[in-house]
Write a protein that binds this ligand. Structure first.
Ligand code: ZN
Length: 180
C-alpha cells in the first residue's frame, strides 16, 4: 500500500510517542514494524515479522505489545487448530483513520474544556511575573500582585476564546474529511 500523508503523520506520531515513553530505539523499531505491516497489507504473526525485519522475535513482541497497549497497532486472534491460537498483527488505512478520528476527538474535548473554563471565570495575570489570579484572589490582593506589587491585568479571554473556537472548528472539519 502506498504511504499517504495520513499514514506518514500517524507513523511520525508513533515514533515520537514510543521514543518518549521508552527510548529512541523502540521508536524506530515501532515504525519499522508498522511500515512492514502497512506495505504488506495483511495480518502477520510476530515470528514472521522477526524474519522480515531481521530482529529477534522477543524484541518485536516487546514493541508490538507496547504499541498495542495504547492502540497503535491492530491485532487478531486466529485459531490454528482446535486448541491453539495465533496472534496476528496488522495496520491499514481504516485502522489509521479510526485512530486519528479518536485522537482528534480527544484533543477537541480538551480544548472545549479549556474554553468552558475561560468563559465562566474572569482571570487576572501579573504582567511582571505572569502568575495568574482568579477574580476572588485579585479582590483579596486589591488587584496588585502580592509578589512584586504590580497592578494585575485582566486576561483577554475573548481573543483566546476566539482562537480556541477556530482551532476546534478546524479540527472538526479535518475529522469530517480527513483526506483533504
Ligand atoms: Zn507578579
Amino acid at each position: 500500500m502506498e504511504e499517504d500523508l495520513e499514514t506518514s503523520l500517524f507513523l511520525e506520531y508513533v515514533r515520537r510517542k514510543m521514543s518518549f515513553e521508552y527510548d529512541e530505539e523502540t521508536g524506530e523499531l515501532a515504525v519499522k514494524i508498522l511500515r512492514a505491516l502497512f506495505e504488506r497489507n495483511e495480518t502477520i504473526p510476530d515470528e514472521t515479522l522477526a524474519l522480515i525485519l531481521g530482529v529477534s522475535a522477543a524484541e518485536i513482541r516487546r514493541a508490538l505489545h507496547a504499541m498495542h497497549r495504547v492502540g497503535l497497532v491492530g491485532f487478531v486472534r486466529e485459531s490454528t487448530d482446535q486448541y491453539r491460537y495465533e496472534y496476528k498483527w496488522f495496520l491499514n488505512k481504516e485502522f489509521i483513520r479510526k485512530f486519528l478520528v479518536q485522537h482528534i476527538n480527544n484533543v477537541a474535548s480538551k480544548l472545549m474544556h479549556r474554553l468552558n473554563a475561560l468563559s465562566t471565570t474572569t482571570l487576572y495575570i501579573c504582567p511582571t511575573c505572569f502568575r495568574g489570579y482568579t477574580l476572588d484572589e485579585a479582590y483579596e490582593y486589591d488587584f496588585r500582585c502580592p509578589r512584586d506589587d504590580t497592578e494585575l491585568e485582566q486576561v483577554d479571554a475573548i481573543s483566546e476564546i476566539e482562537f480556541l473556537t477556530n482551532v476546534i472548528k478546524n479540527l472538526r472539519i479535518e475529522k469530517e474529511s480527513p483526506q483533504q
